[in-house]
Design a protein around this ligand. Structure first.
Ligand code: GLN
Length: 200
């Protein structure tokens, strides 16, 4: 069984740990750099990316996390997606730069701070994760405004990418851990499995 870490500095890490377990993984909460050595992949949950960034710096986790991401898969959701990006704007802030995406924070505006929608998956998602509509919960979500040439778009909402994958990593601007559908977490575990095969 895979052990997937969940960054547990802030945000809804407990819900992610449960979702990963339901998808068939073993989980471990990660709060210190030394704990990264005990997991083969990591989820960075939603929350507040500015707060998380400050905590990462306080805990001396920013650089170790970047190092980890050079070899191991990371799945960032919402604030976690913002942390994975190479470019964050409105307002600008530093990020790990592990995915070639540009992200605008809180981009759906105040009126639609949160919403639950149903998405029609892109063909690639259907191939890898199975067919059928998918519920997506958005909470003060960012919008992915640019994707680099190596980025695969797996789900879209109103034309914008909301689930993307590139190399080892995956990012969602919504909260898959808050819905009952486990296809997104299973997709990440597939990525972890593929990385393992490559590493052996
Ligand atoms: N708006 C938050 C941020 O900028 C992200 C919100 C979320 O993770 N649900 O960090």
């Amino acid at each position: 069984m895979k052990t997937v870490g969940v960054l547990a500095l802030q945000g809804d890490f407990e819900a992610h740990a449960r979702a990963l377990q339901e998808a068939g993984a073993q989980t471990r909460l990660v709060r210190k750099a030394s704990e990264l050595a005990q997991v083969e992949a990591l989820v960075i949950p939603g929350g507040e990316s500015t707060t998380m960034l400050r905590l990462l710096e306080d805990e001396g986790l920013f650089e170790p996390l970047r190092e980890f991401g050079r070899e191991r898969p990371i799945f960032g959701t919402c604030a976690g997606a913002i942390l994975l990006a190479s470019d964050v704007f409105r307002p600008a802030q530093p990020a790990l730069g592990l995915m070639d995406i540009a992200v605008e924070r809180n981009a759906y505006g105040r009126q639609i701070e949160s919403r639950v929608v149903r998405l029609q998956p892109e063909p690639e998602f259907v191939r890898e994760a199975g067919d059928g509509e998918l519920e997506a919960v958005f909470i003060r979500a960012p919008i992915i405004r640019r994707t680099g040439p190596g980025v695969r778009v797996l789900l879209r909402y109103l034309g914008d990418p909301v689930l993307v994958a590139e190399g080892l990593h995956m990012a969602a601007t919504f909260h898959p851990e808050l819905s009952a559908d486990r296809r997104v977490h299973r997709l990440f575990l597939r990525l972890v499995e593929q990385n393992k095969v490559r590493a052996e």
